[in-house]
Write a protein that binds this ligand. Structure first.
Ligand code: 13P
Ligand code: SF4
Length: 303
C-alpha cells in the first residue's frame, strides 16, 4: 500500500499533508505532518498540482480556499469536526447579528461559511498572538471553541463573547483522572491542548497546539509526560524522543475516547483509493472560497 501511494504521488505530482491525529501509518507516508497552522502554511506555498489532505473536512477546505485552482482530495469526505458541526452558519449569523460592532475572531475548526462571516481566523498555536493584535477599542466575538476562548482571555486579558462550542474529544478529559495520573507518575509533566476545559488546563504544566506540545516534549528535561489531547500525537512524540515515556490521558483502558472519531475515518486504504480514483474531492460553492480567503489571509499575515 505504501509503495502504491508513493507511485501515485509521483504520477499526480501530489503532496500528502497529514495532521498529528491521523493514524500512524498515514503519518508515516505523508510529506508533511503538522498542526492546523503549519499545514495551512504548507498548503499556501506548495507547488504540487494535487493536495491530498489527511485530516478533517475543515482542514482540507482551508487548503482549497488557499488553492482554488488545485485539486484537493480528502480520503473520507465525512471526516467532520464536532466544533465545526456544532456551529451551523445560519445560527452563527443570528448570533453575530446580536453584536453588530464586534470584531469576529473564528477558530480554524469551522466551516468555510462561518469563516466567510469572520474578520480573522485563528488556530490554537496563534490565537493568543492574533487576539493581542485586535485593536484595543474593538470588542470581540470568539467562536466556536469556548474553552480555547477562555484560555486566550486568561493569556491576553481580552474579554470576548464566546460561542458555546466544545470538542467532543477534549471535553471528555476529567481533572480527577489527570490528578490520579499525576499521583501515579509524580515526575511526569502534564501537557494539554487548549481545547480542554479550564479545570483540566489548571493541572497542566504546559498548554499548546499539537505542534507546540510535540516541541515542548522534545526540549523539556522531563522524561515522562501525561498527554492530554488526541492520542495520535504520541506517535511523533515517541519517534522524536524514543527514550521518553508518554502516557495518554485518560489511560489506555480499552476506551478509545481519546481518539477523534472524525480523524480516524481516514485509513491508509482510503488514502490509496482517493489518490487512485482522484475522489472524493473538496469543492466549494462559487464565491464562498473568495469570501473566506480574506480572514484566512489576515491570519497568515498576523502569524
Ligand atoms: P491543532 O491546531 O493544535 O493541530 O489542533 C487541531 C485540532 O483539531 C485539535 O483538536
Ligand atoms: Fe474537531 Fe475535536 Fe476532532 Fe479536533 S479532535 S478535529 S476539534 S472533533
Amino acid at each position: 500500500m505504501e509503495q502504491k501511494i508513493a507511485q501515485l504521488k509521483k504520477d499526480l505530482n501530489a503532496v500528502i499533508l497529514a495532521h498529528y491525529y491521523q493514524e500512524s501509518e498515514i503519518q508515516d507516508v505523508a510529506d508533511f505532518v503538522g498542526d492546523s497552522l503549519a499545514l495551512a502554511q504548507v498548503a499556501e506555498k506548495t507547488t504540487a498540482d494535487v493536495i491530498v489532505f489527511c485530516g478533517v473536512h475543515f482542514m482540507a477546505e482551508t487548503a482549497k480556499i488557499l488553492n482554488p485552482d488545485k485539486l484537493v482530495l480528502l480520503p473520507d469526505l465525512d471526516a467532520g469536526c464536532s466544533l465545526s458541526d456544532r456551529c451551523p452558519p445560519d445560527k452563527f449569523k443570528a448570533f453575530k447579528a446580536k453584536y453588530p460592532d464586534h470584531f469576529v475572531a473564528t477558530y480554524v475548526n469551522s466551516s468555510a461559511a462561518v469563516k466567510a462571516m469572520s474578520d480573522v481566523i485563528v488556530t490554537s498555536s496563534n490565537a493568543v498572538k492574533i487576539i493581542s493584535k485586535v485593536p484595543a477599542d474593538r470588542q470581540i466575538i470568539f467562536a466556536p471553541d469556548q474553552h480555547l476562548g477562555r484560555w486566550v482571555t486568561q493569556k491576553t486579558g481580552r474579554e470576548m463573547v464566546l460561542w458555546p462550542g466544545s470538542c467532543m474529544v477534549h471535553e471528555i478529559f476529567s481533572e480527577k483522572l489527570i490528578v490520579q495520573l499525576k499521583v501515579q507518575h509524580p515526575t511526569a509533566k502534564v501537557i494539554a491542548h487548549p481545547e480542554c476545559e479550564a479545570s483540566v488546563l489548571r493541572q497542566a504544566d504546559y498548554i499548546g497546539s499539537t505542534k507546540q506540545l510535540l516541541e515542548f516534549s522534545q526540549k523539556d528535561d522531563a522524561t515522562r509526560f501525561i498527554v492530554v489531547t488526541e492520542a495520535g500525537i504520541i506517535h511523533q512524540m515517541q519517534k522524536a524522543s524514543p527514550n521518553k515515556t508518554f502516557i495518554p490521558a485518560p489511560p489506555d483502558n480499552g476506551c478509545a475516547c481519546n481518539e477523534c472519531p472524525h480523524m480516524r475515518l481516514n485509513t491508509l486504504e482510503k488514502l490509496y483509493r482517493c489518490m487512485r480514483d482522484k475522489t472524493p474531492r473538496l469543492e466549494l460553492p462559487p464565491g464562498l472560497g473568495e469570501a473566506a480567503l480574506k480572514p484566512l489571509k489576515l491570519m497568515l499575515e498576523w502569524s
